[in-house]
Write a protein that binds this ligand. Structure first.
Ligand code: SAH
Length: 351
């Protein structure tokens, strides 16, 4: 029997489910509170729910959709969580300490079909989409492990997978991540990052969820971008930028463009000027990411002095361009290094 997946439901679905299960609708809301506010890991803890119902639920429904098999801690404070899913697949989430809070980088798929040349997840290929509850449970598991769960304030869909290729599940998960009776994150603190699946990017803009948008641009001409990111053959730069220009942004928000700098590929002075022209007049900020190495990578990072020069050109054209040296490289937790692989099969936790 397939068990009932409660965290995958929104509020009205949960009320309806409660009624179908023979309960009053308010029981659905109560159980929601246990799942999302109190983050209990067992129906036994749901003390305002009658015991018979709790016992029935233990048989019929699931609470935990993934299991932490290991955490790895980096020298810079970054932590990588490896989670096993019910079917044995492994995904990763990365907890990044900021000055006053934490950011969690979550996965939306097992593997990825986009095959970006610079990304290890892309090299590994696509296994399957995550369900909404598998997306949400990455956050809940990490929050449970924090001394102060409220310190986790930012969620970025920048882990394994292409979130807009798993559109329905991602949007559904976001509703429970930002909902006041869900995990209650601020919509300003949730970012979806995409390689540029234009139709779904447009759909997201028209949908009823508000999140921040990040676009992995990584090149300024179609030849280079198609070489780095095969998705560009389907949705070339002009279409992507046009969709970004149309993307409805709430007050004062900006689209973030991510740009990995790769030696002799996309890092020329000409690229810097072309980038300014592409984004001119847009509410945009640029994150320059030094290429992170991994095995089998046939690309070389741009030296830091040239990255600084690239940044200067953007800045002198009035763009906010930050250099984002990604953290966690020593535990293969940095951008583009997530593979879901781990070296042995013990269940030890290293923190
Ligand atoms: N598929 C989504 C979400 C993954 S985000 C997307 O493409 O946006 C992963 C981010 O890491 C992207 O901005 C990507 O450009 C960056 N990245 C991937 N491989 C990298 C590498 N080897 N070094 C640095 N950044 C990398």
């Amino acid at each position: 029997m397939v068990k009932i997946d409660l965290k995958g439901m929104d509020r009205s679905e949960m009320e309806q489910w409660a009624i179908n299960y023979g309960l009053d609708a308010y029981r659905g809301r109560q159980i929601r509170q246990w799942l999302f506010s109190k983050m209990v890991s067992s129906f036994r803890n749901m003390t305002n729910i009658p015991k018979v119902i709790r016992e029935a639920l233990e048989q019929d429904a699931v609470i935990n959709n993934l299991w932490k098999i290991r955490t790895l801690a980096s020298n810079d404070g970054t932590k990588k969580y490896l989670f096993r899913l019910w079917d044995g697949c492994v995904i990763e989430s990365v907890l990044i300490p900021e000055r006053r809070h934490f950011t969690l980088c979550i996965s939306s798929q097992v593997g990825c079909a986009m095959a970006c040349r610079f990304c290890l997840t892309g090299k590994q290929g696509f296994t399957r989409n995550l369900t909404p509850s598998e997306i949400i449970d990455q956050i809940i598991e990490v929050k449970r492990s924090l001394a102060n769960p409220a310190d986790l304030k930012n969620i970025v869909f920048m882990g394994m997978g292409e979130p807009l290729a798993n559109y329905d599940a991602v949007v559904k998960a976001i509703k429970n991540i930002v909902g006041a009776d869900g995990l209650n994150f601020s919509t300003r603190k949730v970012t979806v990052s995409t390689c540029g699946l234009v139709p779904n990017l447009i759909k997201l803009g028209l949908s009823d969820v508000t999140v921040n948008l990040a676009v992995s641009l990584n090149a300024t001409d179609n030849k280079t971008r198609s070489f780095l990111m095969p998705v560009n053959k389907k949705y070339p730069i002009e279409e992507l930028i046009a969709a970004c220009r149309e993307f409805p942004l709430p007050n004062r928000r900006m689209i973030t463009f991510e740009y990995i700098l790769i030696k002799d590929v996309n890092d020329s002075v000409g690229d810097a000027y072309r980038l300014c022209r592409l984004l001119s007049g847009m509410r945009a900020k640029i994150n320059l990411i030094p290429l992170n190495p991994h095995l089998n990578l046939d690309l070389v990072p741009t030296p830091m002095n040239e990255i600084l020069h690239f940044q200067d050109i953007l800045a002198s054209n009035n763009f906010t361009a930050m250099i984002r040296k990604s953290k966690g490289a020593d535990i293969m937790a940095a951008c583009g290094q997530l593979s879901g692989e781990y070296l042995d099969s013990t269940n030890e936790t290293f923190t």
